[in-house]
Design a protein around this ligand. Structure first.
Ligand SMILES: Nc1nc2c(ncn2[C@@H]2O[C@H](COP(=O)(O)OP(=O)(O)O)[C@@H](O)[C@H]2O)c(=O)[nH]1
Ligand SMILES: [Mg+2]
Length: 318
């Protein structure tokens, strides 16, 4: 089906609908199989539905909640057929997702801090997609006329600094870095000083995802936060936690660890294109009251979309 639901976040042809095909296949085709040819929508059907939702990594709590709501709505008025069940589920998912999207978050995307750089710090464990997401965000902001600086705060691995440099070269964005092993807080301190001097709009800070211990990592990240605030009032204005959707329920566990230690302001869920576990979005949205600002749907610069609950639910339950 050639359908395009383009969103404000850009995205290639086919939009979100095309990118979420794996999750949709699991959920939507699964629903059709369970519901198809059946007349009675009864308890055993609800059990099968429950299993299906669980498979998409929505998590136990959300799955039970959705089934419970479905049961309640059936008590009021029997659901007539597959389409009605799908529509009811879609509506419930939208209301859970919209509940998790705390107000006004997008305004900061447009630069709420006139006269000073908007400082965004990216955190998350190794391999989730932090550096790639930074490049995509830089591309997005530059497309909106902002000047962008990238900061190589992951000094733990030499390859991490080089990777950011490669993206910077491709984007034509300045990359501030020091050598491997340098104190990331010092890198950030110098970078923010340069950003102020050059009147940069957006500073995107990459950070390490692994150190010798987890508590070392959290301490290092907190130190970066303290140092950033010394250079720019209120910095970092956003602490963006990047999660890998393909890890499903693990992503939720990770988000709790980071959210407890750092003041995470928003979540970006990467790699939603590569997984049938897209239901994890619903679990994350419900579990923490941290909004999902963007989702990552591929490896290229354009594969970043502003998260829209309704579009998302329509793409997975179509
Ligand atoms: N399919 C897909 N791959 C992604 C996405 N985001 C990142 N990746 C890939 O995930 C891998 C790790 O990404 P990287 O940015 O280096 O992760 P980091 O260690 O957190 O900085 C790379 O191969 C990226 O191309 C995405 O949205 N979709
Ligand atoms: Mg990285």
């Amino acid at each position: 089906m050639a359908r395009s639901r383009s969103s404000h976040g850009g995205g290639l042809e086919g939009g979100l609908w095309g990118k979420l095909s794996k999750t949709r296949k699991l959920l939507s085709d699964g629903l059709t199989t369970i519901l198809g040819g059946r007349r009675a929508i009864d308890a055993s059907l609800l059990e099968e539905l429950e299993e299906l939702l669980y498979t998409s990594d929505m998590g136990v709590e959300i799955t039970e909640q959705l089934i419970q709501r479905l049961r309640e709505s059936m008590d009021r008025k029997p659901l007539e057929g597959p389409e009605q069940v799908k529509a009811a589920l879609k509506q419930e998912v939208i209301s859970i997702l919209e509940g998790g999207q705390v107000d006004a978050r997008l305004s900061s995307l447009e630069g709420e801090h006139p006269g000073i750089p908007e400082v965004c710090m990216f955190v998350g464990i190794n391999g989730v997609g932090k550096t790639t997401t930074i490049a995509k965000m830089a591309h997005y902001y530059r497309g909106n006329g902002k000047s962008v600086m990238l900061v190589a705060g992951d000094t733990f691995r030499a390859a991490a600094i080089e990777q950011l440099q490669v993206w910077g070269d491709r984007l034509g964005a300045e990359v501030l870095s020091q050598k491997r092993g340098a104190d990331p807080a010092a890198v950030v301190f110098d970078a923010l000083s340069a950003a102020k001097a050059r009147d940069i709009d957006m500073v995107l800070i990459d950070t390490a995802g692994r150190l010798h211990t987890k508590s070392n990592l959290m301490e290092e990240l907190k130190k970066i936060q303290r140092i950033a605030a010394q250079q720019v009032p209120g910095a970092p204005h956003r602490v963006i936690l990047v999660l890998d959707a393909t890890t499903g329920q693990n992503a939720i566990a990770q988000s709790q660890v980071f959210a407890q230690s750092l003041g995470v302001t928003d979540i970006i869920l990467a790699k939603l294109d590569g997984t049938a576990k897209g239901g994890v979005v619903v679990g994350i949205s419900q579990g923490l009251s941290i909004p999902i600002s963007f989702i990552g749907t591929g490896e290229s610069l354009e594969d970043l979309e502003i998260f829209n609950p309704r579009e998302f639910a329509e793409a997975i339950f179509d």
